[in-house]
Design a binder for this molecule. Structure first.
Ligand code: FE
Length: 225
């Protein structure tokens, strides 16, 4: 029998992966970025086919990887991880530089970045894996540690969106029956749950400008469950 909790023992980082050029670009939060060869330096990224950014990577054959750190804010995870670039321009107002391939590279809240030219694409059913040859890499800051997925989940209470390659259905992880019935509100953007008993504060008593602690969504984006 597969114990899905074993999957959480695999370490990952969290990154903003972008593609496109100075006219048109998009980015999303990825945890599946990894170096696959040393000479030449090649990196892989795995992207859901429904993800808007995968269209850009296929079209422009480039991607950048901005490495997020432990103090990266919920706003950056909310902007790139839980919202679609089909609804708004995620790169607008950000500190973006354009690489040799023209790819947008987000420098906000990142400690380093990589720029890659796509040399191969592998169809994995739900996801596309892109292999890129490294064109450029720079360190942006030395004062923060790169964030791991485990840190995001445990310290920042982060939630894995359905499109992520490492998404696990909650029912596969939690076999424990619910003992008490508490009032809960769910974020419609990221799935974060505000449990009134656990938090010790009624949802109605939260201030109007309160934001989802995971993705930064407004209070009105929550539904009672
Ligand atoms: Fe949220």
């Amino acid at each position: 029998m597969i114990d899905f909790k074993a999957f959480h023992k695999i370490t990952y980082g969290l990154y903003i992966v972008c593609s496109g050029n100075s006219e048109s670009g998009n980015g999303y939060i990825s945890n599946t970025v990894f170096q696959v060869t040393s000479e030449p330096a090649q990196f892989a990224v795995c992207c859901n086919k429904d993800n808007y950014t995968s269209e850009f990577i296929e079209k422009y054959n480039n991607f950048s990887v901005s490495i997020l750190h432990e103090n990266s804010t919920k706003e950056i995870f909310g902007r790139f991880g839980y919202k679609s670039g089909k609804d708004f321009n995620k790169l607008e107002g950000m500190d973006v530089k354009y690489g040799e391939t023209g790819v947008p590279i987000v420098r906000d809240e990142s400690i380093a970045y990589l720029e890659c030219k796509v040399i191969k694409q592998i169809d994995l059913g739900t996801h596309l894996m892109f292999i890129g040859e490294l064109i450029d890499a720079q360190v942006l800051a030395e004062n923060n540690e790169p964030i791991t997925y485990a840190f995001y989940r445990t310290v920042k209470n982060g939630i894995t969106p359905k499109n992520a390659p490492s998404y696990i259905d909650k029912s596969k992880l939690e076999a424990k029956p619910e003992v008490k019935q508490s009032v809960k509100y769910e974020c419609t953007v990221c799935g974060y749950i505000h449990d009134e008993d656990e938090e010790g504060v009624k949802f109605a008593d939260l201030p109007d400008d309160w934001k989802c602690p995971v993705c930064g969504a407004d209070k009105e984006d929550f539904n009672k469950i």
